[in-house]
Ligand binder design. Structure first.
Ligand code: DOR
Ligand code: ZN
Length: 353
């Protein structure tokens, strides 16, 4: 048997596990099982549930559900429509950060009024993260507000050269700004749309090859890779009006391991982007005994039949990858081995005490 490679358990700071509200697409058990199958041992779940997490009560309800169902560790985000600022002081200790949508995406929770965005940046605790969905001009707005109020700002799923350049400039100003990219913006482009059809619909949209190349060439300015795991049902994605989003938890690590083989990045990049930086940026420590063992030489094809995600499809279906997750350990317990889950719902813990 080949020797297994050990990596620290991956931390995915951006997932949508749809629970409560849309458990037809995913729930905390299937979503965190998919995480483990992909070598991800901690997920941070977004607040755009069908009834968004805009109040203390909704957050408490979600915390109860996730603690009963999760098989990997987790953190939750709070959400805002700009009208729930009075809730902030009650929830700040309970969440990993605040998510605000400055561009339209699933759930239509866009905050369009700049005065409201200003109030949100002013009110949110300065040493807790604000994660923004911002593209184009909205990135300028978020950076200006971060400068004005000295926030901790993270701009998620950067997809284009021009957006990354804005962040590279802001980093020169020594602002407290970080960013991530998704595997789909690294490994897919608009050229894949004809065959992906609805399965390529995502926000931000898949970009050009030169945009993707720019992301690859400037990985050193990127702080994290996060999946934006956003499952929808097969029927929805096949429909004329495919909702934006694709699952990613089970394919991120094999895609990245394959890219290591192709010399597009090195193992130390994977560790920095999926483990050490997420801890540094969000200010928490992962247990040393939380890790993944990978057979770096095993080749396989991504097949929908083998997925744990409830949605049951992947935009990377049919791709050949090299690097298979064999065993996953959380806090010293073996939680997954050879595609078999070994722990019960409720094993996963909130990373916040
Ligand atoms: O494509 C996306 N889908 N982008 C997002 O930002 C949200 C996500 C979802 O919740 O479906
Ligand atoms: Zn998202």
């Amino acid at each position: 048997m080949s020797k297994l490679l050990r990596l620290p358990g991956l931390i995915d700071i951006h997932v949508h596990l749809r629970d409560p509200g849309q458990t037809l697409k995913e729930d905390f058990f299937t979503g965190t099982s998919a995480a483990l199958a992909g070598g991800v041992t901690t997920v941070f779940d977004m607040p755009n549930n069908s009834e968004p997490i805009f109040s203390y009560n909704k957050l408490i309800e979600k915390m109860k559900i996730v603690s009963q169902k999760a098989v990997c560790d987790f953190g939750l985000y709070f959400g805002t429509d700009g009208r729930n600022i009075a809730e902030f002081s009650k929830v700040q200790k309970l969440v990993v950060g605040l998510k605000i949508y400055l561009n339209l995406t699933t759930g239509k929770y866009l905050v369009d009024d700049e005065k409201m965005v200003d109030k949100v940046f002013q009110a949110w605790q300065k040493d807790k993260m604000i994660v923004v969905h911002a593209e184009g001009d909205k990135i300028d707005l978020a950076i200006d507000l971060c400068r004005k109020y000295k926030n901790k700002l993270h701009i998620t799923h950067i997809a284009t050269r021009s957006d990354l350049e804005k962040i590279m400039d802001a980093k020169l100003l020594k602002l407290n700004i970080t960013c991530d990219v998704t595997p789909h913006h690294l490994f897919l482009t608009e050229k894949d749309l004809p065959y992906l059809d609805g399965f390529g619909v995502v926000k931000p949209s898949l970009a050009s090859q030169s945009d993707a190349d720019f992301l690859w060439d400037n990985l050193k300015y990127i702080d994290c890779i996060a999946t934006d795991h956003a499952p929808h049902t097969l029927e929805e994605k096949k429909s004329f009006d495919s909702p934006s989003g694709m699952p990613g938890l089970e394919t991120m690590l094999p895609l990245l391991m394959t890219a290591v083989k192709q010399k597009r990045l090195v193992l130390a990049d994977i560790i920095r982007l999926t483990n050490t930086n997420p801890q540094k940026i969000f200010g928490f420590k992962q247990d040393k005994e939380t890790y993944v063992e990978i057979d770096a030489y095993e080749e396989y094809e991504i097949k929908k039949e083998n997925l744990f995600t409830k949605c049951g499809w992947s935009s990377f279906q049919g791709r050949k990858v090299k690097g298979k997750v064999k065993n996953v350990f959380i806090r010293g317990t073996k939680v997954l081995s050879d595609g078999k889950l070994l722990v019960s719902p409720g094993f996963g813990q909130n990373i916040l005490p």
